[in-house]
Write a protein that binds this ligand. Structure first.
Ligand code: DQA
Length: 143
């Protein structure tokens, strides 16, 4: 795997979840989009989603151990989880933080991220295209 694409709580509900905010692309379609976008860039992406914080932590530890670049949408854990932030601090390969919606346009509790301080780049508000942009950024770092 060249890049891990990790998604946190409720993102499995994409497509039906508040489509006016997150769009109509389903999670399954997002996985396909990411896999194809990665392939076009010559990368192999492993796309995962979990609603369990401990599982997301284990995946971040795996990325730290293997020095794997990460695209992370930690969803609501972005705003609440010191442990997700701490796990991001362990990463040595590039980390790109993605949010589908523009979190800065929304409620104040979405304005702070425990991830951003550890991210090389942050992409917010570009919809699911943000994942493509994140992959392009990672690919450009490798050039
Ligand atoms: C999100 C933004 C978060 O505030 C929210 O809790 C999510 C999704 C996004 O992709 O826009 O679940 O990370």
């Amino acid at each position: 795997t060249d890049v891990l694409i990790l998604n946190g709580p409720n993102l499995n509900r994409l497509g039906t979840r508040e489509p006016h905010i997150y769009g109509s692309t389903t999670y399954a379609e997002l996985v396909t989009l990411c896999e194809l976008a990665a392939k076009e860039l010559g990368l192999n992406a492993d796309v995962r989603q979990t609603n369990a914080e401990h599982e997301l932590l284990a995946w971040l530890h795996e990325a730290a151990d293997n020095e794997t670049p990460v695209v992370l949408n930690a969803a609501a854990l972005t705003h609440t989880s010191v442990s997700v932030g701490d796990a991001c601090a362990m990463l040595t390969a590039p980390l790109v933080e993605v949010h589908i919606s523009n979190v800065h346009k929304r409620e104040a509790f979405r304005h702070h991220s425990y991830v951003s301080a550890h991210a090389d780049a942050v992409i917010v508000g570009a919809g699911v295209n943000g994942y493509r942009l994140a992959l392009r950024h990672l690919a450009s770092l490798g050039e």
